[in-house]
Design a protein around this ligand. Structure first.
Ligand SMILES: [Zn+2]
Length: 265
């Protein structure tokens, strides 16, 4: 690989602003899908997180002050999406705003009669096209149990989706991927999932995925990393497409992690 100016600059950042090893290790141990990373993956994630934190300005709002552990937790989860890609996937914006808990957002929509309605709703996270990612720390912090819901993965998946414009569940694919295969896998799964949710089924995947194809992609990403076994069983074609896009196999990684945990016991 030719030594580019970008690589030189990145190297300078990595040398000048190393992560605090103890706080970083504590973060890796506090998320089940990070705990199972091998040494190489941990080093790579640490590298991305360092660069991520130097490029993005994360700050607290609503009375919240962010410490290193909180910044690391957000960076670690977000950078899992780009572990095998590049920080360039998070280009075009720089701000992360973190509230202590769910925050109120103003919403406006125009109905069929042309009347504009405004309301306020409580959100756990939000990603703006070309703008900030907004998070609730209560939802972004390490959780007590694994439920396939992860607001950081969700909002940063929207950022990847937005790379080619609108939030439509169709991020820019790699050259070795088929747009038709992606479309087919996601359309079939989305239709099936909406039917199941409309039919009142209690799904293992967050029913919020039925809101919109863009939300479907973000929620499938949460499941891909958090509960990959569930996604692989429910929608294997979607799992395969996401494995191609993220260039990762979280199910194999979790199985491997479980295996080594058994050996250690
Ligand atoms: Zn969303």
């Amino acid at each position: 690989m030719p030594w580019s100016f970008r690589e030189w600059r990145r190297q300078r950042v990595l040398e000048a602003r190393p992560l605090d090893a103890r706080a970083w290790t504590a973060v890796l141990e506090s998320f089940h899908f990070l705990r199972v990373l091998d040494r190489t993956e941990r080093a790579r994630l640490g590298r991305w997180a360092t660069l991520f934190l130097s490029e993005k300005q994360a700050h607290g709002a609503g009375g919240l002050t962010l410490d290193d552990g909180m910044r690391y937790a957000i960076a670690a989860q977000a950078c899992m999406l780009i572990l095998e890609l590049d920080l360039e996937y998070f280009r075009g914006w720089s701000e992360i705003i973190v509230y202590p808990d769910e925050f109120l957002a103003s919403r406006e929509f125009t109905d069929e009669a042309g009347v504009v309605h405004a309301h306020r709703e409580a959100l756990a996270g939000e990603a703006w096209l070309g703008g900030p990612v907004v998070l609730s720390w209560a939802d972004a912090a390490p959780g007590a149990y694994v439920d396939g819901v992860n607001v950081v993965l969700h909002e940063f998946a929207h950022k990847l989706d937005m790379l080619n414009g609108e939030t439509n569940g169709f991020p820019p694919l790699h050259r070795d991927m088929s747009r038709d295969a992606w479309r087919q896998a996601f359309e079939l799964a989305y239709r099936d999932f909406c039917e199941r949710v409309d039919g009142g089924e209690r799904t293992l995947i967050d029913p919020y995925a039925s809101e919109h194809p863009g939300e479907f992609f973000a929620v499938m990403t949460e499941a891909f990393f958090e509960t990959p076994g569930v996604l692989r069983r429910e929608y294997p074609d979607v799992y395969r497409q996401l494995a191609g896009f993220y260039r990762q196999d979280p199910h194999a990684r979790l199985e491997r992690g479980r295996g080594s945990a058994r050996v250690q016991q």
